[in-house]
Design a protein around this ligand. Structure first.
Ligand SMILES: NC(=O)c1ccc[n+]([C@@H]2O[C@H](COP(=O)([O-])OP(=O)(O)OC[C@H]3O[C@@H](n4cnc5c(N)ncnc54)[C@H](O)[C@@H]3O)[C@@H](O)[C@H]2O)c1
Length: 366
C-alpha cells in the first residue's frame, strides 16, 4: 500500500509519543521533522530515525508531504494549521484545535474549502477503555443515558513540565488543556452538547515552577484555573464537569455515565486503557467489564485513522468538526460565568463511528 507521508512540526515534550506510536501503522511514514528550535528537531530525527530535518517553510513547500502533524504549543496551532491547509496539506494537530472560537471555525472552514482534512487530538477515545464504554452504551446496557460526571483535578503542570508557561497563557488553563480529553470522550459516548452553564475562577495569580531547569521561576497566570460546568446533551443527558489546576488532591472518579438501567464507570480519558466498570439496576457493586477493543495503542492512532480515511475515502474519527464542537463548548463555560447566563451551543458534530471490535495495534483498515 502507498504510504502517507507525514511531516511533524514541533519536537518538544509530546513528540516522542507520536514518533513511537505511529511506527506500527504501515500506512504512515514520518518523512521529516521541523521545530522553531532546529536542535530539537535534529535530536528527535536522530533518536527515531527520521530521514529529514527541515524548516517549517521547507516542509510546507515539499509536495511529497501530505499530512502535517502539528505538535507546537497551542498559540501556534491555528497559524501552522492554516499555513499547511493553504499549502494543500491535511493537518493533524494536538489539542486544543485553536485558542479561540474564531480560529477554530476558520481552520475547519479553510480545510473544507481546500479539500483537505483536519484531524485533532485527543485520539484517546479510540483506545479500549472508551471504545468498550461506548459499546456498552450503544448495546443498551445502561438504558437511556440520564447523567454524566467528569472530573480532572491537579495542582498544575509546573511541577513536572520543563516549559510549563503555556499552560497559564491564553490557550492554556485546565479546561483547554484537559477538557478536550473529557469532552471528546463524552461527545463520543453521548453525542453533541446543546447548552452549557459554568463558573470559573483564577485562584493563584502567579505560579512557581518546581520542575528541573526552570526551578523557582514565576509564571503570571492569564486564564481561569478552576472551571466548573453543566452540560445539556442533545440526547437529553445532563453532565457535570470540573477541571482544575488548583486542587492538591482528590478522590474523584474520572468519568461516570448513569442511565435508566444502570451505571458505567469510564476510565481516565487521558489514556487508552483503564478499567471499565458496570453496575446494573438493583445491583450493589460495580463489576469490571473485559475490554472489547485493544488498549495497546497510543497517541498516533488518530493520525493513522486520518491517513486510512484519505486513502480509502472514508471519514476519520478524531476530526475537525468534533474538535471544533469541543472547543466551542470549552469556551462556553467561561462565557456563561462572565455573563451569568446559560450558553446555547451553535456548533454540532456527528458521533465518530465506533471502531470495529477486535482490532489490534497497528491495524485499522488493513
Ligand atoms: N507534554 C505532554 O505530555 C503532552 C501530552 C499531550 C498533549 N500535549 C499537547 O502537545 C502540544 C505541545 O506540547 P509539548 O508539551 O510538546 O510542548 P513543548 O513546549 O514541549 O514543545 C513544543 C515545541 O513546538 C515548537 N514550536 C512552538 N511554536 C512553533 C512554531 N510556530 N513553529 C515551529 N515550532 C514551534 C517549540 O520550539 C517546541 O519545541 C500542546 O498542544 C499540548 O497541549 C502535550
Amino acid at each position: 500500500m502507498k504510504k502517507v507521508k507525514v511531516g511533524i512540526i514541533g519536537c518538544g515534550n509530546s513528540s516522542p509519543q507520536y514518533l513511537k506510536n505511529t511506527k506500527p501503522y504501515s500506512i504512515l511514514e514520518i518523512a521529516a521533522v521541523a521545530d522553531a528550535m532546529p536542535e530539537r528537531a535534529k535530536a528527535r530525527a536522530q533518536e527515531f530515525g527520521v530521514p529529514r530535518v527541515l524548516t517549517v517553510k521547507e516542509m510546507l513547500a515539499d509536495p511529497s508531504i501530505q499530512v502535517i502533524c502539528n505538535l507546537t504549543t497551542p498559540l501556534s496551532h491555528a497559524q501552522i494549521n492554516l499555513a499547511a491547509i493553504k499549502a494543500g496539506k491535511s493537518v493533524y494537530v494536538e489539542k486544543p484545535l485553536a485558542v479561540n472560537r474564531a480560529d477554530g471555525r476558520k481552520t475547519v472552514a479553510a480545510a473544507k474549502k481546500r479539500g483537505v482534512r483536519v484531524g485533532c487530538a485527543p485520539d484517546t477515545f479510540l483506545g479500549g477503555g472508551i471504545q468498550t464504554s461506548r459499546k456498552l452504551i450503544d448495546d443498551g446496557w445502561i438504558g437511556q443515558p440520564v447523567a454524566a460526571t467528569a472530573f480532572f483535578t491537579c495542582r498544575g503542570h509546573e511541577r513536572w513540565h520543563p516549559d510549563p508557561e503555556f499552560y497559564y497563557q491564553v490557550g492554556g488553563g485546565p479546561m483547554l488543556d484537559m477538557g478536550p480529553y473529557y469532552l471528546t470522550a463524552l461527545v463520543n459516548l453521548l453525542g453533541p452538547v446543546k447548552r452549557v452553564s459554568g463558573s470559573v475562577r483564577t485562584t493563584f495569580p502567579e505560579r512557581t515552577i518546581t520542575s528541573a531547569g526552570k526551578f523557582g521561576q514565576k509564571i503570571k497566570v492569564e486564564v481561569p484555573t478552576h472551571v466548573a460546568g453543566t452540560l445539556e446533551f442533545a440526547c437529553g443527558a445532563i453532565g457535570t464537569i470540573v477541571t482544575s489546576f488548583d486542587v492538591w488532591n482528590a478522590n474523584l472518579p474520572r468519568i461516570e455515565i448513569h442511565g435508566t438501567e444502570g451505571s458505567l464507570s469510564v476510565p481516565d480519558p487521558n489514556g487508552f486503557g483503564g478499567e471499565v466498570k458496570f453496575c446494573r439496576a438493583w445491583a450493589k457493586e460495580f463489576a469490571t467489564v473485559p475490554h472489547t477493543h485493544s488498549t495497546e495503542v497510543g497517541r498516533g492512532i488518530g493520525i493513522a485513522d486520518l491517513a486510512y480515511g484519505l486513502v480509502f475515502g472514508r471519514p476519520h474519527r478524531a476530526n475537525g468538526d468534533l474538535a471544533n464542537h469541543v472547543l466551542d463548548v470549552m469556551f462556553a463555560f467561561e462565557e456563561s460565568s462572565r455573563t451569568g447566563r446559560h450558553v446555547a451551543i451553535t456548533t454540532t458534530c456527528d458521533r465518530p463511528a465506533a471502531l470495529p471490535v477486535g482490532l489490534i495495534a497497528g491495524q485499522l483498515d488493513e
